[in-house]
Design a protein around this ligand. Structure first.
Ligand SMILES: NC(=O)c1ccc[n+]([C@@H]2O[C@H](COP(=O)([O-])OP(=O)(O)OC[C@H]3O[C@@H](n4cnc5c(N)ncnc54)[C@H](O)[C@@H]3O)[C@@H](O)[C@H]2O)c1
Length: 328
């Protein structure tokens, strides 16, 4: 079977990263079966815009289905690779009563998918994990062998999904690979994420909330590099393994405000707030394992990623700026 006959299933396809992955897989020659249930965390108008370049393409099909309840066997039928990106994201909203939402979308849905996957012809499952599984960094550059100690309920739910992947790999021989993404940025970034909020501050006058001093460091990763890592993980990742997918050059939140101001020529008005529980002070990935095994090499710096995100934000039509942002 040649790659242009292979079918990839992508969950969370209407989201920020999932929609880019669908585009990347179509370019690679795959047929794509995309799944999303349009959770209300942020506006459906945003997600419809994410899907707009995909809908109508010959090798693309979309299913509006909730992984917590749908019959998943037909959705996986005939697929070669499953990329599981659907999740309830967001660290700050994961405290309190809404944890049940995280448990449903991040743990129950993942478990149901794996049960369906082990009875299917799938060659491999690639899971979207997160740097949040690490909690506070214990070394200058976090390695996959560092003990995961999440400091937020969101991080706990993503680690549970990752552990489910390795359990199904070891117990049932299902091939699984988990990728720990470090803060992803670029066009279509979610409205609750920092750069999109900074752009709203720059262009629409909304104040940008800075939690704590703004000196927290993040290893920002361009969405196109995350897509390349996913494709490589399906082809070359070791089954049962996890890989850090970072940008390789951590910067502080305050520095990124300066980058946004430089790219937009606008001032970002900030609103200082207390440091948020569950937000680590620093994330920095050691990406040597992904480099050696997957051939992963991030190509776009955070400065250039912000430039791409600014161009997208300027070019977007009304619905995105009308969206009010997260609601659970
Ligand atoms: N954005 C980041 O910086 C980042 C960092 C680390 C990990 N991740 C992980 O990457 C993945 C994608 O993140 P994103 O930023 O694109 O988020 P997103 O919210 O934009 O996309 C997730 C999509 O999944 C869908 N979804 C959620 N639960 C579902 C269910 N039960 N059934 C069907 N669809 C469902 C949502 O409707 C949404 O469109 C998530 O697994 C997230 O945990 C993201």
């Amino acid at each position: 079977m040649t790659s242009n006959q292979k079918l990839a299933v992508v969950t969370g396809a209407a989201g920020f990263i999932g929609s880019h992955l669908c585009e990347g897989l179509l370019k690679e020659g795959y047929k794509v079966r995309a799944i999303d249930c349009f959770t209300p965390y942020y506006g459906r108008d945003y997600k419809d815009s994410n899907l707009a370049p995909l809908v109508g393409q010959e090798r693309f099909e979309f299913h509006e289905s909730d992984l917590r309840t749908a019959d998943l066997f037909p959705l996986l039928h005939g697929a070669d690779v499953l990329y599981h990106l659907a999740a309830q994201p967001g660290v700050r909203a994961s405290w309190g009563e809404d944890f049940v939402v995280y448990a449903g979308h991040n743990i129950t849905a993942t478990h149901r998918l794996l049960e369906a996957a082990r009875g299917s012809e799938l060659r491999r499952v690639v899971y979207a994990s997160s740097s949040s599984v690490y909690g506070e960094a214990v070394s200058a550059q976090t390695k996959e062998t560092d003990l995961p100690r999440p400091i937020s309920p969101y991080g706990v739910s993503k680690l549970a999904g990752e552990n489910l992947m390795s359990v199904y790999a070891s117990q049932f021989g299902l091939e699984t690979v988990s990728l720990r993404y470090f803060t992803v940025c670029g066009p279509r970034q979610r409205p609750d994420m920092a750069f999109t909020k900074m752009l709203k501050a720059a262009f629409e006058g909304e104040a940008f909330p800075v939690y704590g001093s703004g000196e927290q460091e993040r290893d920002f990763t361009f969405v196109g590099d995350v897509v390349a890592a996913n494709v490589a993980a399906a082809e070359r990742g070791e089954s049962g393994a996890v890989y850090n997918i970072g940008g390789g050059n951590p910067v502080t939140l305050n520095q990124t405000i300066q980058f946004v101001e430089k790219h937009t020529g606008e001032k970002v008005r900030v609103k200082n707030l207390e440091a948020a529980e569950g937000d680590p002070k620093r994330t920095a990935a050691d990406i040597s394992l992904a480099r050696d095994v997957l051939g992963y090499a991030p190509k776009v710096s955070v400065q250039d990623a912000i430039g791409e995100q600014v161009a997208w934000f300027k070019g977007k039509q009304g619905p995105l700026s009308r969206s009010k942002g997260p609601v659970l």
